[in-house]
Design a protein around this ligand. Structure first.
Ligand SMILES: [Zn+2]
Length: 500
């Protein structure tokens, strides 16, 4: 039997890193909660999409057969309100923004899931699921509204790992005498005047929010699934309620074997909110910077850590991508070279570089398999680039025949091991370097540029660092200069520089 690479991930249910063992060897049933399509998505939503995409791509890369379902919530209060604002039917709002979200996802380089699902195409599944819950004694009907009864589900709260009293204390208790307990939630809501509705055994109405994910997950993945992902803000009540509904309907537990949650994205340490006016739309970001920078920023931080977006975030990403693509441009140039006369010292330098690249491939795979440690993956890529630049500094390195093998080894790590999962490093270097240069020069105030004297003294310091084989320091100085808008180039006549 085929053996699979062991993968560890942090399961929210236990709060611990666990070895991933799917219910059926070699197969992964994976569900990710997608956006509510009432507006353009913001970069926090894009992070969610990209995290799911990264997980999907990695499992496939290591040979799993992945059935990946991502939904669009296409009927909801926000959509209905938006329709009223725009004076168009709610249905059209949902259609319009589904298309817009899909454009963003495509520009961000996301792969299509196995199934993309919507609430409105799963109404019969939803009704059947609610009927099962009622038949099992865990749902009740009051005036055309169906509620889930928390009292009848003793393990409620197991994902949040909090007692019921704490969960009640954490919610805004509405004065609604219809519900038996404040934590009970709607499975089916009666239709209000002018709102979209469907016929049901309880009258005209529409599904509550949580039931859609339970219904779509069981329809496409079965009653019990391996992996379920979403933002950490969905743990309670959304995912807690999904568990209650699915386990009540199927009488099988657990509904989900591993729960994966990604952290928030903040802007200058504040939560994005319309009232503060700090909401970054994915569309604005992608239009200005493109998909690769978005992926670099949103996947370059571990999925369980908060990403704080501030003025420096983009500059840092541009500097890092510049280093990647500069190395890629050089590697492409070398890979296309005709073999010349071998030089022993240079051959041996490339030999050890190729061996390093092999080791780094293994390390990269280890990082992915260790709870999707994406910053670790990028760290390995940068250390390989550093080795590559060091090898290039060996006399005759560029003209010896093994240079081609070295260049190919770097390109492979960049495009496949890193690019195949993170989508970083796969673009054409000439185009990327051009785009980066344009972004850096846009709106740049040249009065703050360092003087020629300052630049020369930094170049001198870098030269000394290189002589002392302190490559980390020499790289740092080069990056400092780049950040100040100065590009330097090492050539046979020493180091030259120019303002970008
Ligand atoms: Zn969901």
């Amino acid at each position: 039997m085929k053996t699979f690479r062991p993968i560890k991930l942090t399961n929210t249910t236990t709060g611990k890193k666990e070895l991933f063992e799917p219910r059926t060897p070699g197969k992964v049933g994976f569900y990710s909660c997608g956006p509510t399509v009432y507006n353009f998505i913001h970069i926090g939503n894009l992070r969610g999409g990209l995290v799911a995409d990264m997980v999907f791509k990695y499992f496939k890369r290591v040979g799993y057969d992945v059935n990946f379902v991502r939904n669009y919530t296409d009927v909801d209060d926000k959509i209905i309100n938006r329709g009223k604002e725009e004076k168009i039917p709610a249905e059209e709002v949902a259609k319009k923004y589904t298309l817009e979200v899909e454009k963003d996802f495509a520009v961000a380089g996301m792969e299509e899931p196995t199934h993309k699902t919507t609430v409105t195409t799963h109404i019969p599944d939803i009704i059947t699921l609610i009927q099962k819950i009622i038949a099992n004694g865990q749902g009740y009907v009051v005036d055309g509204e169906v509620f889930f009864s928390i009292e009848k589900f003793p393990t409620y709260g197991k994902l949040s790992r909090k007692p019921i009293e704490d969960l009640i204390a954490g919610i805004r208790v509405e004065v609604r005498d219809k519900k038996k307990s404040p934590l009970d939630f709607s499975l089916w809501k009666p239709a209000k005047e002018g709102e979209p509705f469907w016929e049901s055994p309880w009258g005209k109405g529409r599904p509550g929010w949580h039931i859609e994910c339970s219904a779509m997950a069981s329809r496409w993945l079965g009653d019990q699934i391996d992996l379920h992902h979403g933002g950490e803000d969905l743990i309670f009540p959304h995912h807690e309620n999904e568990i209650a509904q699915s386990e009540a309907a199927s009488k099988k537990a657990p509904f989900v074997k591993y729960w994966l949650h990604h952290a928030f994205l903040t802007v200058s340490k504040e939560k994005m909110s319309k009232s503060i006016g700090n909401v970054f739309l994915a569309r604005e970001f992608l239009t200005k910077y493109g998909g690769e920078i978005a992926r670099y920023i949103l996947l370059g931080v571990h999925y369980r850590s908060i990403i704080d977006f501030d003025e420096g975030t983009i500059d840092q990403a541009l500097t890092s991508l510049h280093r990647i693509y500069e190395a890629k441009a050089k590697a492409r140039e070398l890979a296309a070279k005709k073999a010349a006369v071998p030089d022993l010292r240079a051959e041996s330098a490339w030999g050890s570089f190729v061996a390093d690249a092999e080791q780094i491939k293994t390390k990269i795979d280890d990082h992915y398999a260790n709870d999707f440690n994406t910053p670790g993956v990028l760290g390995e890529l940068f250390s390989l680039i550093r080795e590559f630049n060091k090898t290039l500094a060996t006399p005759l390195a560029e003209s010896t025949p093994s240079a081609v093998l070295g260049a190919q080894a770097l390109l492979q790590v960049m495009e496949q091991d890193v690019g195949g999962v993170l989508g970083v490093g796969r673009a054409d270097p000439k185009k990327m370097l051009g785009d980066i240069a344009t972004l850096r020069s846009e709106g740049k105030d040249t009065s703050g540029r360092p003087s020629a004297e300052e630049i020369e003294s930094l170049i001198q310091a870098r030269l000394e660092a290189r002589k002392a084989k302190n490559f980390a320091e020499s790289d740092r100085i080069r990056d400092e200069l780049l950040a100040k808008g100065v590009a330097i180039k090492d050539g046979p006549k020493g180091t030259t520089w120019e303002y970008k």
